[in-house]
Design a protein around this ligand. Structure first.
Ligand SMILES: *[C@@H]1O[C@H](CO)[C@@H](O)[C@H](O)[C@H]1NC(C)=O
Ligand SMILES: *[C@@H]1O[C@H](CO)[C@@H](O)[C@H](O)[C@H]1NC(C)=O
Ligand SMILES: *[C@@H]1O[C@H](CO)[C@@H](O)[C@H](O)[C@H]1NC(C)=O
Length: 606
């Protein structure tokens, strides 16, 4: 029996101790809630997204002073958390404590890197003006107060744009700027927004029909329209200044090397970014080696299929041939939607009970993506199930979609991937800070609160593998679709570390990926520019998947016949997003609980 079980039993017997347990438990819950509220106020758009109205009239403070203010606040939460006796907490609360402390210390321990990524808030993938629909979608427009909040935010935007330029000036002064590829498209992206007159912009939409429907005097409506338009004009002027600054100033001071390795202390900075994204201590050369091993293994799997089909050419030639084959094309968007639904509901769902139990009854829906974005993406619903989880599919170019890639994508985005992840998590009723992750400010990594991407994306990639165990891939073509997706995640380990740590050029990375994956050259270039902009981020998928497989192997060999894969999967899903270190603790506890011998294995990359 383990120490924590003894404590738990003794608590049931001795009333006086219950008070102590109650205190630790209540202290943790209130510290976590206080942090969540503080974080909402510090990141007002995150708060809006999480469904609160409290800070809807504000935007994030991107002043230089915010760096220190945030640090001191987080240090206070760390002190408060460390004063709680973890041994007095229940199992699940103990994990919550570990996640909480990891979230806080990951932020605070990277204070020294605040003058790197965090000084560069604008790039070709990140800025508020890139997704105007999102701003409108998350904000409520039901009352006069909602409109006043929205106007206040428009009026606050020019000040924030000035703060962004101040930061980028400082990055120039310190020599911690992006490579040019990260901002090359930015002036054009801004031009696209401000070349539309404010009154025709998406940001003005709420002032048209939506405002008309509100029961409010005409004078009030006219007044709000006028102030809204005035606010938008101010935003357009500020954006124009930002555009000029990027094209005439910042672009000339971008870093001379592709990767961050060329920055002062760049190697250590890259290690910090990698650790932040992987939630695991490992070294860039280890990740690089692991990537090459994975690429070889998957290539070998591909070659087995290709020789079964007596195909003589290269991997790239194989995929070119497959993509041109009419048998893998559908003529209309409707047929594609039908295929996806058939796949999810008739081919995958009926098989899930082989590997999962107590599956919450909350089914995913499939819809066309309303704009021309990625091929597929998942958006989680509301925790009460009133808004369902949605799998969006880009149907703009139905004739360019190949059906042999549908299976792995579906497993990844829906079940057992992101949708299953979300429904278990929603059912687990986790604390707010665990349920709502602030997926913003990728640029600020590692001086930022972690997203635990290695968990979320690692699980989704592991789900593509589970498709093999479930028998979902029904022929060699679908299997090749899976390998194509998988090898691409393995290549990321090689080229991300290659460019940021080992001095690879952009061209070398592009050639490496193009020779080994089905991806068209134009897409490979965008991918590589993404890796250059977000050091380490793309490595999280494969590392997370390998960690899950490693822990599964550890549990099944320690428990032998007693190992139930369905319990193991519940265990991983019921705790929501966790750092990989904590996932390891959770699995070791599970092994001990079931009477096995938990051993702390070495790191996955050894
Ligand atoms: C946290 O604790 C440390 C060490 O005791 C102390 O130096 C620091 O001032 C505390 N910070 C806050 C914000 O309470
Ligand atoms: C809002 O209404 C005005 C006036 O009818 C129109 O010119 C403008 O295009 C509309 N804007 C949007 C974004 O729909
Ligand atoms: C797909 O259809 C569009 C419009 O009908 C056409 O312009 C395009 O060339 C087609 N692409 C392929 C790959 O057939």
């Amino acid at each position: 029996m383990r120490a924590s079980q003894i404590i738990y039993l003794s608590l049931l017997c001795y009333m006086p101790l219950l008070r102590v347990k109650g205190d630790a438990s209540a202290d943790l819950a209130s510290a976590e809630q206080a942090f969540f509220t503080w974080h909402e106020q510090q990141a007002p758009e995150y708060s809006t997204d999480a469904g609160s109205k409290a800070f809807n009239d504000r935007l994030a403070d991107l002043s230089m002073g915010a760096f220190d203010a945030d640090y001191f606040a987080v240090e206070g939460f760390i002190n408060r958390t460390q004063a709680i006796d973890r041994s007095q907490l229940s199992r699940q609360q103990g994990y919550s404590y570990d996640i909480f402390l990891d979230t806080l210390t990951t932020f605070a321990s990277n204070y020294q890197w605040r003058q790197f990524g965090a000084l560069n808030p604008v790039n070709f993938m990140e800025s508020f003006y890139l997704d105007l629909d999102y701003i409108i979608d998350i904000a409520p427009f039901d009352t006069k107060g909602d409109y006043e909040n929205y106007i206040a935010r428009l009026e606050a935007r020019p000040k924030q744009i000035n703060q962004i330029m101040d930061r980028m000036h400082e990055a120039i002064r310190l020599g911690t700027t992006y490579n040019l590829v990260s901002v090359l498209k930015v002036p054009g992206q801004i031009a696209e927004v401000i070349n539309t007159p404010p009154v025709q912009s998406t940001l003005f939409k709420p002032f048209n029909e939506t405002l008309d429907k509100l029961t409010l005097g005409q004078t009030d409506k006219d007044d709000m329209r006028a102030r809204g338009l005035q606010g938008l004009r101010g935003v357009w002027t500020a954006l124009n200044r930002l555009k000029t600054f990027i094209s005439d100033d910042y672009s000339y001071h971008t870093r001379g090397t592709y990767g961050v390795g060329g920055l002062p202390s760049g190697g250590s900075f890259y290690r910090a970014c990698l650790k932040w994204h992987l939630s695991l201590d490992t070294s860039p050369p280890q990740v690089h080696q692991l990537g090459m091993r994975e690429v070889d293994r998957i290539t070998h799997n591909m070659q087995k299929v290709m020789s079964r089909q007596a195909f003589q050419g290269t991997v790239a030639e194989y995929y070119t041939k497959l993509k041109a084959d009419p048998q893998f094309h559908r003529s209309s968007a409707d047929e594609i939607l039908k295929d996806f639904r058939n796949l999810i509901f008739n081919r995958i769902y009926p098989k899930l009970p082989q590997l999962f139990k107590d599956i919450p009854d909350n089914k995913v829906v499939v819809k066309p993506l309303p704009y021309d974005g990625p091929y597929g993406m998942y958006s989680s619903g509301s925790d009460d199930g009133s808004r369902p989880g949605t799998f969006y599919v880009n149907l703009r170019r139905p004739n360019e979609t190949s059906t042999f890639t549908m299976v792995s994508l579906t497993l990844h985005e829906t079940v057992p991937g992101h949708h299953l992840q979300y429904v278990y998590q929603a059912a687990a009723k986790l604390p707010s800070f665990q349920r709502h992750i602030d997926y913003n400010k990728y640029y600020a990594v590692p001086y930022h609160f972690p997203f635990y991407t290695a968990y979320t994306e690692g699980w989704a990639l592991y789900s593509e593998f589970l498709g093999e165990e479930l028998g979902v891939y029904q022929d060699d073509y679908e299997l090749m679709g899976r390998y194509g997706d998988e090898i691409f995640r393995a290549c990321r380990l090689v080229v991300d570390t290659g460019m940021h740590y080992l001095g690879w050029t952009r061209q070398k990375a592009i050639e490496y990926i193009s020779a080994r994956t089905p991806m068209p050259q134009a897409e490979v270039e965008i991918e590589v520019d993404r890796y250059l902009t977000w050091p380490g981020q793309a490595c999280a998928y494969k590392i997370g998947e390998l960690k899950i497989k490693e822990l599964r192997q550890r549990a099944s060999s320690a428990l032998g016949d007693k190992f139930d894969i369905r319990d193991f999967h519940s265990l991983l899903l019921n705790n929501g997003p966790v750092p990989l270190k904590v996932m390891e603790t959770i699995v070791d506890d599970f092994i001990s609980d079931q009477g096995g011998n938990a051993h702390s294995g070495g790191p996955i990359v050894g």
